[in-house]
Design a protein around this ligand. Structure first.
Ligand code: NAD
Ligand code: UDP
Length: 312
């Protein structure tokens, strides 16, 4: 029998790429998504295929699944700062109640559990690059706290289920990932800059743009998630691309690739915006024999080509 996975948030950016990969590996996939920030069209390539079942469902409510389940992959959550600031309470609910439902389902079915966690658990880090052993520097009462603390709670709940009920729990700490299927209006730097560069609007850099991020192309991230899933490794694992860049340089690069001679404008920096972010992927290199292969330039080229077609 082929393995059966439940994927929450499977109609989102990362979730849809992951569902495609699982189906192509011969897995049966049951996708639950409320379409809050996702779109069923993201699954168009596999909808209707025997391996995929889709249900419009809010996973903060009870999850009911017939038959055996081998893995519960919990990706449901608003993910961009614009989205989670627009849905602050829902973000906390899906990190808390949604994770509880997903873990409860894994326990009932004797399945393993993988959480899509985030580099945001490291907050505005005082250790750079960030290894899994770093506990982070998060402001719980700042605006970003709704996302950071939801994910930190989800990690803690996952480990409690692991220790108490013996469920295999994997925690993917995902660093900034970009690629086709991002929404042009999700507010994240890459799609925002691309959209601005394609229509010749000013590119909005927050602050002076000296803050850094490390950007991973979606195909590399999905390969990392897949290897993590089929590995023996449990607990937290960083997945991301350690190629670090200042946001101003990212804006300049995307402006040049867009070809419309967009100007750069400097606008107000959001509260608690982390100063630096870069994954230490030493553990993933050892336990998964994985590292990203797509350069930033190449990944941006691919994403821009997709955006030209899809956002027109
Ligand atoms: P996304 O917004 O495209 O996907 C999230 C999906 O979850 C959407 O389809 C949304 O409709 C769904 N969802 C939200 N609340 C739900 C609920 N209550 N019930 C069912 N579905 C619900 O964002 P993404 O970038 O694909 O992120 C996917 C996951 O990966 C998130 O958990 C996010 O925190 C995590 N992550 C992403 C990144 C990144 O750079 N893309 C980085 C770190 C972590
Ligand atoms: N950013 C920016 N202009 C924008 C959108 C984002 O300068 O229009 C900055 C943002 O302040 C942050 C970085 O780009 O410093 C990455 O932002 P994103 O929302 O992509 O990811 P996150 O902050 O969650 O890492």
């Amino acid at each position: 029998m082929s393995p059966r996975a439940v994927v929450t948030g499977g109609a989102g950016f990362l979730g849809s790429h992951l569902c495609e990969r699982l189906v192509s590996e011969g897995w049966q996939v049951m996708c639950f998504d409320s379409l809050l920030t996702g779109d069923a069209a993201n699954l168009a390539g596999i909808l209707g295929q025997e391996g995929l079942r889709f249900e419009n469902h809010d996973v903060t409510n009870h999850l009911d699944v017939d038959g055996p389940v081998d893995w519960v992959l919990h990706l449901a959550s608003p993910a961009s700062p614009r989205d989670y600031l627009e849905h602050p309470i829902h973000t906390l609910k899906v990190g808390a109640l949604g994770t509880l439902r997903a873990l409860g389902l894994a326990k009932a079915k004797g399945a393993g559990f993988l959480l899509a966690s985030t580099s945001e658990v490291y907050g505005d880090p005082k250790v750079h690059p960030q290894p899994e052993s770093y506990w982070g520097n998060v402001n719980p009462v700042g605006p970003r706290g709704v996302y950071d603390e939801a994910k930190r709670f989800a990690e803690a709940l996952g480990m409690a289920y692991h220790r108490t009920h013996g469920i295999p729990v994997k925690i993917a700490r995902i660093f900034n990932t970009y690629g086709p299927r991002m929404r042009k209006d999700d507010g994240r730097a890459v799609p925002t800059f691309i959209q601005q560069a394609l229509i010749g609007e000013p590119i909005t850099v927050h602050g002076e743009g000296s803050q850094t991020r490390s950007l991973c192309y979606v195909a590399d991230l999905v390969e990392g998630l897949w290897r993590f899933l089929v590995s023996d490794h449990l607990g937290p694992l960083n997945l991301g691309n350690p190629e670090e860049i200042k946001i101003l340089e990212l804006a300049q690069l995307i402006a040049a690739l867009g070809g419309e001679r967009s100007q750069i404008v400097f606008v107000e920096r959001p509260e608690d915006d982390p100063e630096v972010r870069c994954p230490d992927i030493g553990l993933a290199r050892v336990v998964l024999a994985w590292e990203p292969e797509v350069s930033l330039r190449d990944g941006l080229d691919r994403t821009i080509a997709w955006a030209r077609e899809s956002w027109a």
